[in-house]
Design a protein around this ligand. Structure first.
Ligand code: DC
Length: 223
C-alpha cells in the first residue's frame, strides 16, 4: 500500500510522514531529500544543468543511498554522508530551479517508483499523489498559514543549524517560503497542486500527533 503526503513548505510534511510511517510500520521516503541530494551532486561537480548533454551524463550515473542509523535517516552520495549538507543554504537556494527541470524529474520519478515496488510506504513530497503515484490508496495534502510556517521553519533552522541561523530573520524565512511556494506551484513540470482525491489538512493549529491521528482516522484500514 502506498500513502502519499504532499503539501506546501513547512507544513510538517516530513515529521508527519515519518511519525505516521512509524505508527503503522511502513517505510518512509522523503523525496525532497532526493531532489536535494541530486542538487548537491550537481553543485559538487560544478555541472551546469542548463547544458543538456552534461546533465544527461550526470543523470545517467546518478545514484544515492539512504541508511538508517539510530532511527534517523542518513543520506549518502558517492559514499559521503550528505545528510546535513543537503540542508545547506547553497543547496536550498539551488534546489527549486533544479527540481523544476524535466530530465531531473524524470530520473527521480523513475527511482521513486522503483522504491515503491512490493513495499508498504509513505511517500512525502510535492507531486506524489498527482504524478508519481496517482493510484495511491490514501492521499494527504497539507496546508498551513504562511506566518506559522515561516515561524516553524525559522525555529527549525535555529535549533538544527545554528551556524546558518546567525544571519537569518523571521522576515527572510517568510519571504523565502512565499518565493518557494510560488515557484513550486507555477512551474511547468509537476507543479505543486492538490490531488482531487486528497484529504486536506490545515496543520496551522494542530500538533504533530493531532495531524497523524487525523490521518489514521481518515482511513479505516490503518488502525
Ligand atoms: O521538501 P523540501 O524542501 O526538502 O524539498 C526540496 C525541493 O525539492 C523543493 O524546492 C521542492 C522540490 N521537490 C519537488 O519538486 N518534488 C518533490 N516530490 C519533492 C521536493
Amino acid at each position: 500500500m502506498i500513502i502519499t503526503i504532499d503539501g506546501y513548505i513547512a507544513t510538517g510534511k516530513s515529521s508527519v510522514a515519518k511519525k505516521l510511517a512509524e505508527a503503522i510500520g511502513f517505510i518512509f521516503f522523503d523525496t525532497g531529500a532526493m531532489y536535494r541530494t541530486l542538487t548537491y551532486g550537481l553543485l559538487k561537480h560544478h555541472i551546469n544543468f542548463h547544458n543538456e548533454e552534461d546533465l544527461k551524463k550526470f543523470l545517467d550515473s546518478f545514484d544515492m543511498d539512504v541508511k538508517i542509523y539510530r532511527r534517523e535517516r542518513l543520506y549518502f552520495y558517492e559514499d559521503e554522508d550528505v545528510t546535513d549538507k543537503i540542508r545547506s543554504r547553497e543547496v536550498t537556494e539551488a534546489v527549486s530551479e533544479i527540481s523544476a527541470n524535466k530530465a531531473v524529474r524524470d530520473k527521480l520519478i523513475l527511482l521513486q517508483r522503483e522504491l515503491s515496488v512490493g513495499v508498504n510506504a509513505v511517500f512525502e513530497g510535492r507531486d506524489m499523489g498527482t504524478v508519481v503515484f496517482p493510484n495511491a490508496e490514501l492521499k494527504i495534502f497539507l496546508i498551513g498559514r504562511n506566518e506559522i510556517r515561516a515561524k516553524r521553519r525559522f525555529d527549525e533552522i535555529v535549533q538544527k543549524y545554528p551556524e546558518q541561523a546567525k544571519n537569518l530573520t523571521l522576515e527572510q524565512c517568510l519571504e523565502d517560503i512565499n518565493r518557494r511556494d510560488h515557484y513550486d506551484s507555477t512551474r511547468e513540470n509537476s507543479p505543486l497542486v492538490q490531488p482531487k482525491d486528497a484529504h486536506v489538512i490545515d496543520t496551522s493549529d494542530l500538533s504533530l500527533d493531532d495531524v497523524v491521528n487525523k490521518i489514521l482516522e481518515s482511513h479505516a484500514s490503518l488502525t
